[in-house]
Design a protein around this ligand. Structure first.
Ligand SMILES: [Zn+2]
Length: 287
């Protein structure tokens, strides 16, 4: 969960929450997901766990049925005035199950002047029991009427967040292919050592961010191999890289350490070619 969103829960309990926030994010869906978790955490009638199934309130939030939580998304191109009027109507009474009425406006950048003006009452005469969240991935396009009345928070998600589930999706599969070829060369064919850095990596990617992504995928591959060796799960099989099975548990752990060290150094702006050579040499020395 994003730290900034997590902190909202703390602020709530300290009674320091503002009545309106503009969450500027690079990932609207993740941000909405985290925000809903935070709202559950605030209102859960049980001891909140990430996947609370026990309490009525969390269940209602999961199904988008909690009357005091309204999420408004663009209907077609924009957010219509009627959507805001309906929100006003629903929030004209005090909440029943929760302390506050909470609304979330997704893609706040598409709110036009008419819809924004309809919201002003919420924003200018903050009722004690209404909290609003505006989520946007384009804060510069959010109309000033809204922006100036909200506390703006930056909710940033690591765009390189990867895991085994998404490793072969459209966005990542080219990187996975490069990672796969590279690993086969340095682990199995071996004879050309550091030359593979050029032929398998640098001839394809020259940007630091691209190399970083390939190496993050390498970490995932070895982590899955490790889980496979520990018989925790079988996801490694889906990668079709059984030629790595000869590596021992200890070998795999060592490789994960080398890769993480590489990624650290890469973030510290060290020379990419030197780092890659060092990585291959360290790897060879250990096998
Ligand atoms: Zn709950």
């Amino acid at each position: 969960m994003n730290e900034v969103v997590k902190n909202l829960v703390k602020l709530y309990h300290e009674d320091k929450l503002s009545h309106a926030y503009l969450l500027a994010t690079n990932n609207i869906e993740e941000c909405l997901k985290d925000l809903k978790i935070a709202i559950k955490q605030i209102n859960c009638s049980d001891n909140f766990q990430e996947n609370c199934q026990k309490c009525n309130i969390c269940n209602l939030i999961n199904q988008n049925f909690l009357p005091s939580l309204i999420i408004i998304e663009p209907d077609g191109k924009g957010i219509k005035k009627e959507q805001i009027l309906e929100l006003k109507r629903k929030f004209s009474t005090k909440p029943i199950y929760t302390e506050e009425n909470i609304y979330i406006i997704k893609n706040a950048e598409v709110l036009n002047a008419a819809s924004a003006n309809t919201m002003l009452k919420f924003l200018e005469e903050p009722e004690d029991n209404i909290i609003g969240f505006f989520i946007t991935n384009n804060v510069n396009n959010v109309i000033n009427t809204i922006k100036s009345r909200c506390e703006v928070l930056n909710v940033f998600y690591d765009v390189h967040e990867l895991n085994i589930e998404v490793i072969d999706n459209d966005e990542n599969k080219a990187y996975l292919e490069v990672a796969r070829n590279y690993i086969k060369k340095i682990e199995v064919e071996k004879n050309m050592g550091i030359m593979y850095n050029k032929s398998e990596l640098l001839n394809i990617y020259s940007e630091r961010e691209d190399i970083k992504k390939v190496f993050k995928i390498l970490v995932i591959i070895y982590e899955e191999l490790l889980k496979y060796k520990l018989k925790l799960n079988n996801l490694f099989n889906k990668l079709d890289m059984n030629y790595l099975e000869f590596l021992s548990y200890k070998d795999v752990l060592h490789r994960i350490n080398l890769l993480n060290k590489f990624l650290d150094d890469l973030s510290n702006n060290a020379n990419i070619e030197l780092l890659l050579d060092k990585f291959v040499i360290d790897l060879e020395m250990s096998s």
